[in-house]
Design a protein. Sequence first.
Length: 399
Amino acid sequence: MKKSLNINAGIALLLDECSDAFTGYDNVSLNAGNVVISRKLNDKLSGTGFVINSGNTSVIDVSGKVVELGSKTVITASESYDGCYVVCPGLLIIESIDGLAGITGLYADTIFHPESVDLSTVNGILASRKIAYPDGAKLRLEDLTIDAESALYMDNSLYWVYGTITAIENDALENLRSKEAAFRCKSLIVRTGLFDKFGDMFKAESFLLVPDDHAYADEITLNAATSTLYSDKLFVAGDMLIQHDQIQHLSGFASLIVKGTVTMPVSAAKDFKSCGKAEDFDLYEGVLITINGDETISHEQLQKACELGIRYTLKVNGEVAFLEGVTAEDTEAIAAIHCNGVVYAPGAARSILDGKVKSLNGEVLDISEYGNEAGSKSDAGPGDDCEDSSINTGIYRLK
């Protein structure tokens, strides 16, 4: 019996140069956004059944002890990694190169450093991105909302924000102006009037101006209370979701501005147009069902939906299994499928369901070949001559 291993990861660190972890497998498939592999292990696996599918693969020479650092680790002069190979799969802040004296090499996804820190003098640095920020600035690697609470702990510093700053409160900005605080960021969300008044405090790569007479929200799922809580004029910086049974609540708005995507049923188009505008639309038919994880759908469920005249649009992040017994007629209850994962379906309905898949990052499989279990296939693949194993993880480590 052949044995196969599928590894799905955001980042894969393969740094054990003498590893026998894949011994016994006929085929190993590694699917990852970023792969970091030692040259010795890469050479060892070359010519075997090991396949790497990656957006970015870095083959590195590793010597000494491998030390892995967590994301947002700060390297100061007091650190010591002499004789070590340093790995940080996330964000690394290097405030002083003295803390890297004697390292054999360094890999990081993204390195942040003051402009005066010269990384070219450090041995063997490999990074997807190197980002310099002004000396003396206070570095922040998350989005920042400037309000009364945040203004209390800020002082007369330059704040360098690798993200979005939201500034929609006049009193908080007045407080920070009196402290002579200043800000640099990737993007700034600010009220139009406040930008006219406090714009000199900010430098941003992009701006999003909020009308002064509109309430503000990051993102919204529409319901009966939305217009009451926010007002009849609303600015949404992110996305908005309108379920099929909430369309009537659009009547509570005089103006609705959505800078992200509005997900709504086709039947809501006229009502939305009467009061709102958006950057983008994701239209669906019938009832929207979002599946995060595993779900099963039976013949009885679909048959009942057909009798009631209900049609579903499925958004799948994981696995959905149409069980044995689902017929071609039952699929009339499915308007569309958007899948990031796997759809299992019986042969009688699979060809029709294939035509209802509007977007797919994964595959559609015949459930009769994988068993009829809830949303997940059995350990055996098609037939009895192959044993499949899978590992799904954010970071895969081999060291």
